[in-house]
Design a protein around this ligand. Sequence first.
Ligand SMILES: [Fe+2]
Ligand SMILES: [Fe+2]
Length: 282
Amino acid sequence: MSRREEVLAVMEKVRSVPVGALEAIRLLHAPEVDVDKVVAVIERDMGWTANLLRLANSSYFGCRRSVGSVREAFLRLGSKNLFHLITASAVIPILRGTIQTREGGTITQWQHSLGVAKATEKMAEASGEEASQHAITGAMIHDIGKVALVQNLRADMVKVDELVRDAKISPLLAERMILGVDHAEVGARLLAKWNLPQTIVEVVRRHHDLPDTENKEDRAVELVRLGNMAAWVAEKREDAGELYVARFLASAVERLGVNDRTALMIAHDVEELHARGAGLEF
Ligand SMILES: [Fe+2]
Ligand SMILES: [Fe+2]
């Protein structure tokens, strides 16, 4: 068995999101959403309900008055947030773990996810559109493969970090060298196995890829890719190369028509979100 096959076999055993979450996601895909049914599915799972309420009350959503029930959370946040709220609250327990910044600080994987979601939303806004639910959900869970790898193959991921530091290569390349597979592919495989919508699977699979200039890419893929880059700039990531900011600014103009000033402001907004501690509620 190759290393790649071994790693994929380990990933096959990663626990799934709650069954209720999958059911709720399916219900939300119906042309007419039956809120009563969705609420009933969520309320069946106490841990999940608690996560959803915590998320609804987090500063990310900026609610002034606190939300006390699942139904209230839906009414308050509106159907636009319904879908990604459910998905995100279902995967929060999986999105534990921390990220090193260049200044020696740490932020949680969950904070990073919220930062990418915020940047994705703002990138869409700056290019005169609204981010789709799939883009926001994809942003929130884009690094799920990395978390799954760290949790299940910690020793290998330590080697990946060392290789990134010593050989000054990208984390993605280091993962491929050590594991035969990278976290984007692992994440996409997990989500496909859990039957998440194909657009979200593609967002996760392609969030580090260079833009595909030959084929038309889904807008959600482009937005989250730029959202992730904005967050890396904001987080002054250890593993970002020296030219990272320049690459980010060039991509923002080329792919979304967003100018330098606006792109840097979006990165700054993510920095502020982190400074306020949004996401630390978990
Ligand atoms: Fe990633
Ligand atoms: Fe990321």
